[in-house]
Design a binder for this molecule. Structure first.
Ligand code: ADP
Ligand code: MG
Ligand code: MG
Length: 252
């Protein structure tokens, strides 16, 4: 079992504090949903865990199995099993999708245990089939000219290929039609198990109809204001964020 602990996390962007003390513990075999209104700091949380230099951790700790994540470079975080499925995936002209993934997989493996091209392609074919992605997408430049939905699907493909210990999926459902949403959910569900934990950041509860979270946390104004089980997401759908905010006396 692996544990990702976030303790009293404060994060600032350009000297403005966005997260004001977030506590959260993720374990493998668990799916946590982070929900919250726009601008509440959801993406900030994911970006800080991955080490985006724009986001400055001013207080608190992030520990992966007791190791200080904040001391790790971005690539080290990835090598140690952290993965982010970005809200706005980057386009990287000049590097093919397949090449990018093969390189990333092998960066995580020791010198004497690199994945050969044949094994890689078999695994790629299998995962692309699972996600109903056309084969040609493997040889296109990373995210270049991909539609919004294709980019999201591609983030999930990367997750399936890299097999991270913890995946942070930031609004992986936004802009997806219902078929794409189900495909994305299928990808995440196929990873579930003893060696995998996920943080699913979403604005809407609809993705959670397909991926049942073990825990739901509501982030408002840079703090987790309420945690519960999957029923909390249902309640949100019925009452909106305003219902929760009113109950807690928070001015949205
Ligand atoms: P969410 O993902 O919940 O919608 P974000 O984490 O993206 O929220 O943003 C939280 C707050 O930080 C918002 O007030 C947003 O305007 C601000 N913010 C996010 N990114 C930047 C940035 N690059 N520069 C300045 N402010 C930012
Ligand atoms: Mg947002
Ligand atoms: Mg966001």
């Amino acid at each position: 079992m692996s544990v990702l602990e976030i303790k009293n996390l404060h994060v600032a962007i350009e000297d403005k504090e966005i997260l004001h003390g977030v506590d959260l513990t993720l374990k493998t075999n668990e799916v946590h949903a982070i929900m919250g209104p726009n601008g509440s700091g959801k993406s900030t949380l994911a970006a800080a865990i991955m080490g985006n230099p724009l986001y400055e951790v001013t207080e608190g700790e992030i520990l992966l199995d007791g190791e200080d994540v904040l001391e790790m470079e971005v690539d080290e975080r990835a090598r140690n099993g952290l993965f982010i499925g970005a809200q706005y995936p980057m386009e990287v002209p000049g590097i093919t999708n397949a090449n990018f993934m093969h390189t990333a997989i092998n960066a995580r493996r020791p010198e004497d245990d690199k994945m050969d091209i044949r094994t890689f392609i078999e695994k790629l074919d299998k995962n692309m089939a699972l996600l109903a992605m056309p084969e040609a997408m493997a040889e296109r430049y990373l995210n270049e000219g991909f539609s919004g939905g294709e980019k999201k699907r591609n983030e999930i493909l990367q997750m399936l290929m890299l097999e991270p210990t913890f995946a942070l999926l930031d609004e992986i459902d936004s802009g997806l039609d219902i078929d794409a949403l189900q495909v994305v959910a299928k990808g995440v569900n196929s990873m579930k198990g003893e060696d995998f934990g996920a943080m699913i950041i979403t604005h809407y509860q609809r993705l959670l109809n397909y991926i049942t979270p073990d825990y739901v946390h509501i982030l408002m104004k840079g703090k987790i204001v309420k945690s519960g089980d999957a029923s909390l997401a249902k309640r949100l759908e019925a009452e909106g964020y305003k219902g929760i905010a009113d109950e807690l006396g928070i001015q949205l």
